[in-house]
Design a protein around this ligand. Structure first.
Ligand SMILES: [Zn+2]
Length: 145
């Protein structure tokens, strides 16, 4: 149940694997193979001896979880703000506006200049009011200078 936390970590630019369907053994194997830290709310999983590095999260609320993770790792600001796809974790690729005609709503195409595309899920991102809301949220959590 850490999907929202995963999305926020990606917004901050952290390489974050998340799969709610994954079996414990597969997650542990992935952590070992890729040198990842396991974030979990499952104490039994966190204590398994084969887990190289686990952080047991106490909080339930996603904002509080983000604060908890930031505290553990000393995160004070984004690593690379809005550089990863929040849905699938792939690094976003800046995409020329001309290539996106017909792919984004006409108003967005007319008013926005900078676009990025996720090479994995193909979703297109642009600046806009939601970016202001994301900044406000992170600033409230003390994660934007
Ligand atoms: Zn994606």
């Amino acid at each position: 149940m850490l999907g929202r936390l995963a999305r926020w970590l990606r917004v901050l630019g952290f390489d974050t694997y998340y799969d709610r369907e994954a079996e414990d053994d597969a997650l542990i194997a992935l952590c070992r193979r890729e040198g990842r830290v396991l974030l979990t709310r499952d104490g039994r999983l966190a204590r398994r001896r084969t887990v190289p590095h686990a952080v047991l999260l106490r909080e339930e609320d996603p904002d509080a979880q983000l604060r908890e993770v930031a505290g553990v790792f000393g995160i004070r600001r984004p690593l690379a703000f809005l550089s990863r796809c929040p849905l699938c974790n792939a690094p976003l690729v800046e995409t020329p506006r001309a290539a996106l005609r017909g792919e984004v709503p006409p108003y967005v195409w007319k008013t926005q200049r900078v676009f990025a595309r996720c090479p994995r899920c193909r979703k297109v991102f642009w600046g806009g009011t939601h970016v202001g809301r994301i900044r406000a949220r992170l600033s409230k959590l003390g994660l934007l200078e």
